[in-house]
Structures are given as structure tokens and as C-alpha cells.
Design a protein around this ligand. Structure first.
Ligand code: ZN
Length: 343
């Protein structure tokens, strides 16, 4: 099969579009002929590497994907050859007490597809059958691939972990990335009032089109934390979605009301920062982290995608062989929504 892979860490130049053996499904696994993949920030970090990351080379990146079932492993009866499917990238052992009680995201044998195991920048991939959902004909492969990781992540963080309620207020830091555009929609679907801090008018216009109620342009408003405070009648917000980290968490803490939750699933702005602890105890704050979500979260939020109640925002698409150019675009941060690969 054709695949995009790398033999060593580095910049986009380490990615090679080349031939690689087709993976075969073992018992309980399914081989998928991929038709689309979507890019995530994690793809860039895996390519660049970090201390302690051990990969079996060559490594194939890519968490998100959708396609057609092409081969079934022993014992798989819930799918048949040719079924259209979307992949849940959160892979767990399926046997431990956490997996058996619906907390599969906490499994000690947990892997993110494309991070520590070979992923979806390829014509074929093999995943456990539990990681596939049948895809209705009304949803394009590209759309399904683009929705998977970010809506799964946003749903788990805001709803399962964050317990977001109707009529609460949510501040989303960042207007145009995949998880943020998903978070805005999940929060609006729940009935919350959504405040968005964005870096440009263009990105805020996108947030507004997704339902954001209050827009704050941080290119014009240095102290956006104060602007949020004023916009909430000096109350602060109930929930903050902060996946930037360094540079924003201190301001996010200040934008909250008493008893608020700060949700984080990543740190595009850097992982290490100082926190003024007086905000944490003085305002009774909870900081709730998560990564991906459970199988149940995935099924729930993808149903909303299938029903058209929430929608992934699509940026550009590239052919598989141009994955390096696609990753370069992602690295610039200029994209509006998800960058996808057509396979
Ligand atoms: Zn497990």
C-alpha cells in the first residue's frame, strides 16, 4: 500500500510517501481501506518527537480516519466487508477493570492511534472492531475523519468531565482550531452562553458563525480577562476551555466566577507556566484535564454529527502524498478548522 511514514524525528522533510506492507487484522480487529484522514497537532509533535517517546520505525502518523471495511479478523461479526466506517482513535486493551467499566480512556494500555502505534496516513489501517462506528451515507469520509478526534475530545472534556449545564457560561480560548470549533458547538448544543477570545477578526467571524455569543479580539484587547469579566457583569464565567496553556491559563483563572471549572486537553502555547494558587482556593476553582474520551463518548457525539446537529469545520484538503505540505499549513496556525488528506 501507499503510506506516509518517517524513519527519524524532524521537520516535514522526514515524511516519505512510499510503499509499506498492508497490515492484516488479528482476532477482534478490522482492516479499513482508508478514504480520508485528518490532521491533528499531535501529528506534528510525534514527528518532532519528545524525550521518552519510543516508536517502532518506520512510523505512520495520523489519528483520524474514515473508509470502508476491507478485511475482518477472527470473531468479528458486527461489521461486514464494504461497510463505511469512522475510526475512534482512542485504543485501549478492552480487558482490564477500567475498560470493562466504561473508563477505557484511563486504561493503562491506552494508545492514541498514530501516536505510539501506526496510524491513518495510509491506504489501510487495522484497529479493534470496537473502535469503528458505521458511517451513514449522508456523511462524507472527509467530514467524518475531520470530526472524530476533536469532537470526541470536546464532548468528553465539556460534558463527561466538565459537567456543563444548560444556561452556564463558557469561555473558549481560541476561535479557529479543531477542538475549539468543536467546543463552541458542543457548548451551544448544550444551551450554554459562549464567549470566545480569538486572535483575529477573521477567526472570530468563524466562531460567530458556529454560534458564539460574545467575541473578544485579543489583537485589540490586551487584557481579555478583564473584558470577559466586564462582559459577564463582573461575574466571570462558569467554565473555561483553555487548550493554549502557557500565557493564557493565568488570565483564564482570573476570568472565572467562584466555583468555576477550567478544562484543558492540550497546550498549543506551551506546557509549563506559573499559577497563582490564591485564585484556585480563593475562587473554589477546579482544573480538569483529559485526553480523548471513552467509547461511549465517541458514539454519543458522532451521533450528533450524523444527525447534523454539530459539524466539523473543514479547512483545506490535500492528497495523501502531499501530507508534508498539509502539516506545514497546520504548523502555521493559519488554518480555519480541520486540514484533511484524501486517500
Ligand atoms: Zn484496559
Amino acid at each position: 500500500m501507499k503510506a506516509v511514514l518517517f524513519h527519524q524525528h524532524g521537520g516535514p522533510e522526514v515524511l516519505e510517501y512510499t510503499d509499506f506492507p498492508i497490515p492484516e487484522p488479528l482476532s477482534g480487529e478490522v482492516q479499513v481501506r482508508l478514504r480520508a484522514a485528518a490532521l491533528n497537532r499531535a501529528d506534528l509533535w510525534v514527528r518532532e518527537g519528545w524525550p521518552g517517546l519510543k516508536l517502532e520505525y518506520p512510523h505512520i502518523p495520523g489519528a483520524d480516519g474514515a473508509g470502508e471495511v476491507s478485511s475482518l479478523g477472527e470473531g468479528v461479526t458486527d461489521l461486514k466487508i464494504g461497510d463505511r466506517v469512522v475510526i475512534n482513535a482512542s485504543i485501549s486493551c478492552g480487558e482490564c477493570s477500567l475498560c470493562l467499566t466504561g473508563k477505557d480512556n484511563l486504561c493503562r494500555e491506552w494508545h492514541l492511534l498514530g501516536e505510539t502505534v501506526r496510524g491513518t496516513y495510509a491506504e489501510y489501517v487495522v484497529v479493534p472492531t470496537i473502535n469503528l462506528l458505521p458511517l451513514p451515507k449522508t456523511i462524507e469520509f472527509e467530514e467524518a475523519a475531520a470530526a472524530g478526534l476533536v469532537f470526541h475530545t470536546a464532548w468528553h472534556s465539556l460534558i463527561t468531565r466538565g459537567g456543563l449545564q444548560k444556561d452556564e457560561s463558557v469561555l473558549v480560548i481560541g476561535a479557529s482550531g479543531g477542538v475549539n470549533t468543536a467546543s463552541i458547538q458542543v457548548a451551544k448544543y448544550t444551551g450554554a452562553k459562549v464567549y470566545v477570545v480569538g486572535s483575529s477578526q477573521e477567526k472570530l467571524t468563524l466562531a460567530e458563525s458556529l454560534g458564539a455569543d460574545v467575541l473578544i479580539d485579543r489583537s485589540k484587547e490586551d487584557n481579555w480577562s478583564k473584558a470577559v469579566y466586564m462582559a459577564t457583569n463582573r461575574q466571570g464565567v462558569d467554565v473555561v476551555v483553555d487548550n493554549v496553556g502557557a500565557g493564557t491559563i493565568p488570565l483564564s483563572l482570573r476570568a472565572t466566577r467562584k466555583g468555576a471549572r477550567i478544562l484543558t486537553v492540550g497546550n498549543t502555547g506551551g506546557p509549563v507556566f506559573e499559577i497563582d494558587n490564591r485564585y484556585i482556593f480563593g475562587k473554589h476553582l477546579s482544573i480538569l484535564g483529559s485526553t480523548m474520551g471513552t467509547h461511549s463518548d465517541f458514539a454519543t457525539v458522532m451521533e450528533l454529527i450524523f444527525e447534523g446537529k454539530v459539524k466539523p469545520v473543514l479547512d483545506r484538503h490535500y492528497p495523501l502524498k502531499e501530507a508534508a505540505a498539509a502539516q506545514e499549513r497546520l504548523a502555521t496556525g493559519q488554518q480555519m478548522g480541520k486540514i484533511t488528506l484524501v486517500i
